[in-house]
Design a binder for this molecule. Structure first.
Ligand code: PDD
Length: 295
């Protein structure tokens, strides 16, 4: 997978090899920072406004000043794709930390945030999108403020690693049986034609794709119910799926080694996948939204 040469930093663009950080860096030592992962399709950002807005919300929540004003951020993010001549499907990873300073839990007196953003080519996960993925359930041992997209991802990393050790794509996280989200995506259950998902409270990440899924449901006359579901509901579900900027709308066909609804992606999931593709400009065919309004 190609890693493009030019990185955006707090001081403008640098080449990959020229980027050096001191070892006393607050992102490295405390996870004292925030990040975003933004999808790019055919050289164009998808949901860029949602990601930039969330970045500034995360920054505010941890009392971090983003080195650029929003307008400049948009400008630089677009330039990042241009200087790297990105024409295909990719992802941009952007992180901002509270900067380099002698290790002390207390903020430095005058923080100078470190920012970097890079682009990596990333094809769509087409075969998974077609067949669906397997998952396991894992306890959600994270803190109460998961709406902040912070660099503190150790619980997420451990949950995803456990999933991988079980040949699974994702870990569905639960707090005492109540499903919150997945290790790096949001989780949904479909029952009797209605979509259930954990409410956008402080204990989950308010996914950019989740916001779109809600909108698609509204447009397609599918009830979108922000009520948490339980691990024990999963095997009674008609469908389960997850969403994220890299996984899109991804069918889940197995949980903890047991298949969901016969092990094939469900009808509502398929509709939402179609809606996603249309919204992201990935299809040229007929519109699922217009066909729905005529239904
Ligand atoms: N993950 N929940 C968690 C815990 C996440 O880390 C993510 C995103 C999501 C989905 O958010 P969005 O729809 O805005 O991508 C939900 C990114 C892709 C990552 O960390 O790689």
């Amino acid at each position: 997978m190609t890693m493009h040469q030019h990185l955006l930093t707090q001081n403008g663009f640098v080449r990959q090899d020229d980027l050096t950080y001191p070892f006393e860096e607050r992102g490295l030592q405390f996870g004292d920072g925030i990040y975003e992962v933004i999808r790019v399709y055919e050289g164009t950002y998808y949901l860029i406004n949602e990601h930039v807005e969330r970045l500034y919300r995360s920054a505010e929540a941890i009392k971090l000043t983003v080195p650029y004003e929003k307008k400049k951020m948009y400008h630089y993010l677009n330039e990042l794709l241009q200087v790297n001549d990105v024409k295909g499907d990719a992802k941009v990873y952007l992180q901002i930390t509270r900067g380099s300073a002698a290790r002390d839990h207390v903020f430095p007196e005058k923080p100078e945030p470190n920012l970097y953003a890079y682009v990596k080519d990333l094809p769509r996960p087409k075969s998974f999108l077609e067949s669906g993925v397997s998952t396991i359930t894992q306890p959600d041992v994270r803190w109460d403020w998961c709406y902040i997209k912070s660099l503190n991802l150790l619980p997420n990393v451990l949950a995803k690693q456990t999933a991988r050790e079980h040949d699974c794509f994702e870990a569905i996280l639960h707090k005492e049986g109540e499903v919150t989200e997945c290790s790096s995506s949001n989780a949904y259950l479909v029952k009797d034609g209605k979509v259930y998902t954990h409410p956008a409270k402080k204990n989950i990440l308010h996914g950019c794709v989740r916001m779109r899924v809600e909108q698609f449901c509204r447009q397609l006359n599918i009830d979108f119910i922000e009520e948490p579901f339980q691990v024990e509901d999963i095997h009674e579900a008609d469908e389960i799926f997850l969403s994220s900027s890299t996984a899109e709308v991804m069918p889940i066909v197995s949980v903890d080694g047991k298949s969901i609804a016969g092990g094939t992606p469900g009808v509502i999931t398929r509709k939402l996948q179609q809606a996603y593709e249309e919204d992201a400009g990935l299809t040229a065919g007929s519109s699922i939204f217009s066909s729905n309004t005529h239904a």
